[in-house]
Design a protein around this ligand. Structure first.
Ligand code: HAM
Length: 421
């Protein structure tokens, strides 16, 4: 019986995993530059955290959560996103104090029962960050700036943030009504389920994937015309700050996001050429969530970036990095004194040299063949003579050049010849 990875999941095989590690390190480096600390939260949470936090009317809560009852009778959900868990941890451990800013970041798998396609998985991975405790436009701008800088650090160019404002609770309510009134006749021939969802959450109409509906909605009211003065000033100040920071952005009133917790400025960054699922990242301000899940009223803004989509964009743009081989040395065993051979290899490893060997001790020919394939820079052949004399030959695999070394200098010589190869 053979098994495959479950539908909508992917293995990361060895020649891909270095790119993942590099991407995650780049993200960590970015976050450290801006004063963020890492938080790691469990893979599953109480279901209520998400139904309450993300909103009952959202697709994620309605259709996509991996929810089950555990053996203790609790309703458990695999986390479909990282914000609610990070905020739950913030509240649970009192990570912030009144009037102070707390900056958290995370790298996490997320689980959504969606229809798998290119760039859309059932287990996907995100890098994300949450800036908690600040209400200033500069804090929104910093999160947008970090998102753009992240892709720049990865080597992706020409990406602009698409930004929008959902305004205050009051102005959003007025807008929702106006939008629904405009859209109702246009929705008449669409499936009941979709219409019901729109009635519950009219903003969803705007980011519908249905092209005909999108066309019909070209004259729909625009949310930015409904902003109250305070929200408009805030949104303008964010734009002023982004311009000062040289962050490319466009105002796009169709960006409404799929989660209910957003309250002000929202944004996404999209990439071309990676298929229909083109959003590399999404985020925005969510000033009500912390109170909603039991904390003190605290403003916050954040973003999450899809790792798989960033990797797709890197592949398409040809910006994916090439890595040097990891191995320094392949040790070829030409003696029956295996334990002595293993000791030398172990000493080199203990000093930090990356060494591989053939633990099956096959013929010299197959070991040298394996050395060539291994990607190591050097081969070290160890036979009885070498063990007795303490003198060794290092062979540079790229051109066959040989160098003599001794037991005492093997470590330095390996590093010296590796760096010269
Ligand atoms: P989101 O827009 O649902 O936002 O997800 C953020 C990013 O995660 C997307 O832009 C996409 O790149 C990636 N992503 C989401 N679902 C999938 C999937 N099924 N397959 C592959 N990639 C996926 C959030 O999750 C919010 N928590 C963002 C946030 C943080 N807002 C404030 N703070």
């Amino acid at each position: 019986m053979r098994f495959q990875a479950p539908r909508g999941t992917e293995d990361v095989v060895p020649n891909e995993s270095r790119t993942w590690v590099w991407l995650e390190q780049t993200f960590r480096e970015l976050c450290h530059r801006y004063g963020y600390s890492e938080v790691r939260t469990p893979t599953f949470e109480d279901t209520g955290l998400f139904t309450r936090g993300l909103g009952e009317g959202t697709d994620i809560v309605n259709k996509e959560m991996y929810t089950f009852v555990d053996r203790g009778g609790r309703s458990i959900t695999l986390k479909p996103e990282g914000t609610a868990p990070a905020i739950r941890a913030y509240v649970e451990h009192s990570l912030g104090s009144q009037g102070q800013i707390t900056k958290l970041f995370y790298v996490t798998p997320i689980f959504r029962y969606e229809r798998p396609q290119k760039g859309r998985l059932r287990e996907a991975h995100q890098t994300g960050l949450e800036l908690i405790g600040a209400q200033t436009p500069e804090s929104d701008a910093e999160v947008i700036e970090m998102s753009v800088r992240f892709y720049e650090m990865l080597g992706l160019r020409n990406l602009a943030a698409r930004i929008n404002s959902l305004g205050s609770n009051e102005s959003r309510k007025t807008y929702r009504e106006a939008l629904l009134e405009h859209a109702r006749p246009l929705l008449a021939d669409l499936p009941t389920e979709f219409r019901e969802r729109c009635e519950k959450n009219p903003l969803r109409i705007l980011d519908s994937k249905d092209e005909t509906l999108r066309e019909r909605l070209t004259d729909a009211p625009v949310i930015l015309n409904y902003l109250d003065d305070e929200s408009r000033r805030h949104f303008e100040a964010i734009q002023g700050c982004l311009s000062a920071l040289d962050i490319p952005y466009v105002v796009d009133p169709r960006i409404v996001r799929g989660l209910d917790y957003y309250t002000g400025c929202v944004f996404e960054i999209h990439a071309e050429g990676i298929g229909a699922q083109s959003a590399l990242c999404g985020g925005g301000r969510y000033d009500g969530l912390i109170e909603e899940i039991g904390g003190p009223p605290t403003p916050a803004v954040g973003v999450a970036m899809g790792i798989e989509r960033a990797l797709l964009a890197l592949e398409v743009s040809g910006a994916a990095p090439a890595f040097e081989p990891l191995l320094h040395l392949f040790a070829v065993c030409l003696t029956e004194r295996h334990a002595e051979f293993c000791k030398i290899v172990s000493q080199l490893r203990g000093q930090g040299i990356r060494v591989d060997t053939d633990l099956q001790f096959r013929s010299a020919k197959s070991q040298f063949r394996q050395a060539d394939k291994s990607g190591a820079s050097l081969a070290l052949a160890i036979g009885d003579d070498e063990l007795d004399s303490g003198t060794f030959k290092l062979k540079r695999l790229a051109d066959g050049a040989e160098f003599t070394s001794t037991a005492d200098t093997l470590y330095e010589d390996t590093l010296a010849y590796v760096s010269r190869s």
